[in-house]
Structures are given as C-alpha cells and as structure tokens.
Design a binder for this molecule. Structure first.
Ligand SMILES: Nc1ncnc2c1ncn2[C@@H]1O[C@H](COP(=O)(O)OP(=O)(O)O)[C@@H](O)[C@H]1O
Ligand SMILES: [Mg+2]
Length: 261
C-alpha cells in the first residue's frame, strides 16, 4: 500500500476543552488510485487530510499511525515528503498570495525544491491546466475562480509529486466550472499516474473521481466501500443512503456534465 492510515485520532485543545475531531479512522490507498473521504461539514475530513499532510496545529494531539510506503510519518514532514505529497485546498483565493503574480506563485515551489529551468516549468505547468503563458503576468484577483483553482493545481503539480491531497477542490466553484476542474484532475491523474486522496462533502463528486471511499460522520468512519458498491446501492448504512439522496438531488446538473459518469 502506498498510503496507510491506522487508527488515526485527532484531539484539539486540552483538559475540559478537548474536542475529538477524528476518531479511530483507518484506510489504505494503493498507488495510482483515488480514495474519497466524504461526509457532512464538520465530520473531520479536512482534519484527516491535514494530519496526513503534516499540516497539524500545535494544539492538536494526533494518535495512530500514518505510513507512506510502510514508513511511519511523524511530526514535521521532510522535504522529500513534500516533494512527493502535495495539497490542493478548497479556497484557491485564500491559498494564492494576493500580491504575487501567477509566475511568482508557480515559481516558488520549484525554487524551494531547487528545480532547474523554472520559467519553462511554469509555462508547461500552466499549459497542463489549460492556461496559456500570458497568465504568468496576472494576479489572482485578475482571473476567474475556475482559473484560480487551475493555478492551484498547477502549483501542486509543478514539482512532480506522485500523491495529491485534494480538499474540496471544486466546492467554491460554480457547478458548470466544477465539472471542468474535475475532468482536468482526472486527466492529470491518468497522465501522471497520480494517487489522489479527495475530500468532498458531495458524494456525487467522490463517486465520479474515486474507486473507493470512506463515509465520515462526527469524526468517525461510518462505512468504507467501493464506488461499485455505492452505485449498486448496497450500502448498509442509513447515513450513506441519506448522503446519496442529498447529493444526487443537489448536483444533478454537475453530474450530467461529468464525462464517463
Ligand atoms: N484547529 C482547530 N481547532 C479546534 N477545532 C478544530 C480545528 N480544526 C477543526 N476543528 C473542528 O474539528 C471538527 C472537524 O473539522 P473539519 O476536519 O474541518 O471538518 P470537515 O472538513 O469535514 O468539514 C469541526 O468541529 C471543527 O470545528
Ligand atoms: Mg473541510
């Protein structure tokens, strides 16, 4: 297994103010696969992803093991880890520096990881996400939400990671733009043999993108299943069924515009 999460628990705060955000969560992700974490807002999805990426608050108490190719991950992640594992966040506006050009935003990770031919890499990364080279000279506020999320994807991919952790990558976007970005992510995954862990509150998005998924509720995994099981409605859990009904009604337009759904 490429990624293993074993009995992960995350507690925030101390003493009487302890809050158990993630409870005994376990899952595996094989190389080249996409694994989805789905659940309502506040169910602990982002916390699991951040714990995996090593982006935990100092007030957080993390228990359990997370492994990358059998190697246990502890504390601050190494540069080698950050080269292999990149994150894309929900809000591209918040995660792109407002006073930096797209060129500066994309160059930075390449520089941190001491890559050569940075300008060529920036142009190529933009092309990969469907943006032409003229975008280098714009600022985040001068481009659309969908374009900003494409830039976030380019920033993650410029250093050629093999794992991408995606936190609600399309939730802030209009429905029509969501499908475009999801299709882009699918193409990039195929081309670069990426492994994804995708967090979404929308079961339809996860069903489109992933082969298997875990349904989370109140910090715990309610059910782990394949997308085939999900599609054939073999879920044993009433909560999963409820989520399914909600997300099918909610984003019919988005689902209809997905490829291969
Ligand atoms: N840094 C933090 N300090 C305290 N509580 C937090 C922190 N981050 C998240 N939480 C709490 O943990 C719970 C799970 O949050 P989160 O993982 O963001 O859920 P989701 O991504 O599923 O919406 C929420 O109740 C949230 O308020
Ligand atoms: Mg979240």
């Amino acid at each position: 297994m490429l990624i293993q999460v074993e009995h992960l628990s995350v507690l925030f705060g101390r003493g009487n103010h302890t809050f158990h955000a993630v409870r005994d969560v376990s899952f595996d992700v094989a190389r080249g696969r996409s694994f989805g974490l789905v659940g309502e807002s506040g169910s602990g999805k982002t916390t699991v992803l951040r714990a995996l990426g090593g982006l935990m608050d100092r007030i957080a108490h993390v228990q359990g093991d997370m492994k990358l190719e059998e190697e246990v991950l502890r504390g601050k992640r190494s540069r080698a880890f950050r080269r292999r594992v990149q994150m894309v966040f929900q809000d591209p506006y918040g995660s792109l520096h407002p006073r930096h050009t797209i060129d500066a935003i994309l160059s930075e990770p390449a520089r941190v990881h001491r890559l050569d031919r940075i300008k060529d890499r920036v142009v190529r990364a933009l092309e990969e996400v469907g943006l032409d080279a003229s975008f280098r000279f714009r600022y985040p506020h001068q481009i659309s939400g969908g374009q900003r999320q494409r830039v976030s994807v380019a920033r993650a991919l410029i250093i050629e990671p093999d794992i991408v952790l995606l936190d609600e990558p399309t939730s802030a976007l209009d429905v029509s733009v969501q499908a475009e970005v999801l299709n882009l992510l699918m193409r990039l995954k195929r081309e670069y043999h990426l492994t994804y862990v995708l967090v979404s509150h929308n079961l339809a998005v996860v069903a489109h993108m992933c082969e298997s998924l875990a349904v989370m509720k109140e910090g715990a995994v309610v059910e782990t299943m394949s997308v085939e099981q999900l599609r054939s409605h073999t879920s044993a859990q009433p909560y999963t069924k409820q989520l399914m009904t909600a997300s099918l009604g909610y984003d019919r337009a988005a689902i209809d515009s997905f490829e291969e759904f």
